[in-house]
Design a protein around this ligand. Structure first.
Ligand code: PLP
Length: 417
């Protein structure tokens, strides 16, 4: 058995104590190589069953009476996520709305808390919605954004954040795992300098929740947002989540004054008065199907354990890097993710001048799903729960074949992946 043979990948799967995990997912096409778990996670069998049950028994059987228990879902599922995967004691995480909306709520709350602090610090290289929202909030409330520019591979440094801080900064909003390079920020160290300057620290956990251990309480995070459709496998458009540290909950206001933010939503003649606890960050009616999917998919990961998932993720991603350096680098690909496995999240990014056409050809001609981040990046993620070593091997083998033969040339580029 040679070092980078398919047999070697088969042997790795056979030796993997969590090798049964991929069989917990719907994989109707056994030939499909799905390396996009960091964009949309696959469908777990049990989540499909739970959704069918919620539709048939709860919605079909209970109708509107279901709200007696559905109403509790944002907090209940939030606690499952918070205590099970995010290192947050109960009562601090809500499953609700999207990252975009939650970011708007929390950044606005943070920058309107103290009239002397009117600056939001953020990263010019963050995911677009994160940049747009901080700019939009700044415009709306008469604040300003002070940008840092993180390194494309190594991410944001503590020194960069320190030099952007001052007595005028209200909040520092950054990504935990960078959406392009996958580098993991040193949350604890950044929080220390942010707090020393009297500001709040807000983290976007889109690419870490369900993939990388997160310790919101131990790291003294103030605010966080995240989504559930990536590594948490809750499905397209499933609701996101927000975290507000308990001690801050009474000090921050929700700029969206929805009826669910009140302690008694059904007292309909009452003027708006926000709930004292975390539920003040709710808005209006939430998706019961979406929250049920988060509940079931997150429960599955909690049972496996985030440390075991991280170990498996590091093995799969490490193997992917090894194969990519051996077989794709000679074909013009460059690794744009950290070389150190401890500093990488659940995905890597490879640069190639023809990334867009290669990405399109992989989907259309090779049955491989990666994603493309223009202008020249291909992002690959073997999800810790649904991927296998053979899938990683097949992915690299098919990319190498397609690029070596030039067979990708001329493929029409579509918008998604
Ligand atoms: C870092 C990051 N933030 C936010 C989002 C998207 O936000 P929303 O869930 O509101 O669409 C993504 C989507 O991929 C992301 O990668």
């Amino acid at each position: 058995m040679t070092e980078h043979s398919r047999d070697d990948a088969v042997a790795r799967d056979a030796a993997d104590p969590l090798g049964h995990l991929p069989s917990l997912f719907v994989r109707d096409d056994p030939d499909l190589v799905y390396l996009d778990g960091n964009s949309l996670g696959m469908l777990p069998h049990r989540t499909r069953e739970r959704l069918a049950d919620v539709v048939t028994r709860e919605w079909g059987g209970e109708g509107v009476r279901g709200w007696h228990h559905w109403f509790e879902l944002p907090a209940q599922v939030g606690d499952r996520l918070g205590t099970g995967l995010l290192g947050a004691a109960a009562g601090q995480v809500l499953v609700t709305d999207s990252i975009t909306v939650n970011l708007f709520k929390l950044v606005t709350a943070a920058v309107t808390r103290d009239a002397a602090r009117t600056v939001i610090v953020s990263d010019q290289r963050s995911f677009p919605t994160d940049r747009y929202v901080v700019e939009g909030v700044a415009d709306a409330v008469g604040a300003s954004v002070r940008w840092v520019e993180s390194d494309p591979v190594d991410g944001v440094s503590v020194d960069q954040v320190r030099s952007a801080l001052g007595g005028d900064v209200a909040v520092v909003a950054l990504q935990h795992v960078d959406y392009r390079s996958g580098v993991i920020a040193d949350v604890r160290a950044v929080n220390d300098v942010v707090h020393a300057a009297g500001a709040l620290a807000l983290w976007d956990l889109a690419h870490s929740a369900g993939s990388v251990p997160v310790e919101l309480d131990a790291w003294q995070v103030d605010l966080a947002v995240g989504c559930t459709y990536k590594y948490l496998n809750a499905g397209p458009g499933a609701p996101g989540f927000l975290f507000v540290r308990r001690g801050l909950q009474g000090q921050l206001g929700n700029p969206i004054r929805g009826w669910w933010a009140q302690p008694e939503p059904f007292e309909m003649d009452a003027p708006f008065a926000p709930a004292a606890d975390l539920s003040r960050f709710l808005t209006g009616t939430q998706s019961v199907l979406g929250m049920s999917a988060v509940d079931e998919s997150a429960a599955m990961l909690v049972e496996v354990g985030i440390d075991a998932l991280r170990r498996r993720s590091q093995q799969l991603v490490g193997y992917l890097v090894e194969l990519a350096l051996a077989r794709l680098q000679p074909l013009g690909f460059t690794l744009r993710s950290p070389a150190d496995a401890e500093r990488r999240g659940g995905h890597i990014v490879l640069a190639h001048p023809d990334a867009a056409t290669i990405g399109a050809a992989l989907v259309q001609k090779a049955n491989v799903v990666p994603d493309v981040r223009p202008p020249d990046l291909i992002r690959l993620s073997p999800a810790p729960s649904s991927s296998s070593f053979v899938e990683v091997w097949e992915g690299v083998d098919r990319i190498a074949a397609l690029v070596a033969s030039g067979g990708y040339r001329g493929t029409a580029v579509r918008r998604v992946t």
